[in-house]
Design a protein around this ligand. Structure first.
Ligand code: NCD
Length: 367
């Protein structure tokens, strides 16, 4: 696709989803919880056009021209903040970044006052990252525009789960391993998520998205880093990484979230690597050509060895090369496309696209 200033939604997958806002009736994106599988697939399909556009030399579509997007990041971030900023700019929006370190938050302002200030500036979308679980929902209740959760505490990181699903789908398609049809190819896929499950919003959102799409999700962590009652999320817990890897199609590694740990959860990083680090040797227990993923930032030599992280990059899968295993940079690429899709879809009501009506009293949008 070439860059265009069209204000119309893409038509390539129209017909597969309910028309207009019925395809995605939510006023914002606070989490994967509450999304129907077809709504997740709708966002993945919407993102495909942006994957294409982002591979062109001219990466510009002006459908959000004149709109203001505020990225309010109350917690440090490199890739997620940059990704949202690039996504907004490629769609032609004016993007402003608010860093907590330099904001009035440090002067004692309450979160609600900050939210009301952002609202008074008439932002058209607000992207929020916050260290407290639930903070994003609190802000969403106080502002008039769509709110996108860029990670709240240990709760959810929905765009990460969406970009991970898109990455898996691309890799499977490039291999000719299905990923077509209504389910998107996730049915029966064995995905092992290993690391600090307890503190990870990435794990939570991925579990919700992948199980909704029909994957068999295994989670693996030392006992101290495994949430109690995780089985209720329809996953199989493991403490033995070797067993969790047996026959896996996808291995997703997570960093130890030291900043969320009070006290000692693991004896030492060395010990952690010994039992839970993804080494080449250990990876051989998974399916041949199992895909390797990591949301970043990576701690090489702790949860993942360098020679695994750098296993011929997933981008090469597109060219049909064999042996491509690590999708870590493909995840970053898909992140921009997913965020473009989310910003586009969530601003359709404000942009008065045909069929994208006004929310009813429950906040759901009815065409
Ligand atoms: C994750 C996050 O911030 O939750 N990173 C990201 O968004 N890519 C994971 C992490 O910090 O470990």
């Amino acid at each position: 696709m070439t860059a265009s200033a069209s204000s119309q939604p893409p038509s390539s997958h129209l017909g597969r989803y309910p028309a207009g806002a019925a395809a995605f009736p939510h006023p914002g994106l606070l989490g994967i919880a509450g999304l129907a599988p077809h709504e997740i697939l709708f966002l993945l399909d919407e993102a495909e056009q942006w994957v294409e556009l982002n591979r062109q030399p001219q990466k510009r579509d002006d459908r959000l021209a004149g709109l203001t997007i505020i990225n309010a990041f109350f917690e440090n971030s490199t890739r997620t903040l940059l990704s949202f900023e690039i996504a907004g700019k490629r769609l032609g929006a004016d993007v402003v970044n608010m860093h907590a370190a330099t904001s009035s938050v440090k002067k004692g302002e309450t979160l609600i006052d900050t939210a009301m200030t952002l609202n008074a500036m008439r932002a058209d979308a607000i992207v929020i990252r916050h260290a407290s679980s639930g903070a994003v929902r609190l802000i969403a209740g106080k502002v008039d525009c769509p709110v996108l959760n860029a990670g709240d505490g240990q709760h959810e990181h929905p765009t990460q789960a969406l970009l991970d699903a898109l990455t898996i789908r691309h890799a499977l398609r490039a291999r000719g391993d299905g990923a077509n049809g209504d389910g998107g190819g996730f049915t029966g896929l064995v995905v092992t998520i290993c690391g600090d499950i307890l503190h990870s919003r990435v794990a939570r959102s991925n579990i919700l998205a992948l199980t909704a799409l029909g994957a068999n999700v295994r989670v693996c962590a030392p006992p101290a880093l495994m949430p109690e009652g995780i089985e209720a999320m329809r996953v199989t817990p493991f403490h033995d990484f070797n067993a969790a890897l047996d026959g896996a199609d996808v291995v997703m590694m997570l960093r130890l979230q030291q900043e969320r740990m009070e006290g000692q959860f693991i004896p030492s990083p060395r010990e952690f690597r010994h039992l839970y680090g993804l080494t080449l040797d250990r990876l051989s227990r998974a399916k041949p050509n199992a895909l390797v993923m990591h949301p970043g930032p990576m701690n090489r030599g702790v949860e993942i060895d360098s020679n695994v992280a750098d296993l011929v990059n997933g981008a090469d899968l597109v060219n049909g090369q064999e042996g491509a295993r690590s999708l870590i940079t493909t995840q970053v690429e898909m992140g921009v496309a997913i965020r473009m899709a989310c910003l586009d879809v969530l601003t359709r009501r404000a942009r008065k696209l045909p069929g994208w009506g006004t929310p009813d009293s429950s906040g759901e949008i009815r065409a």
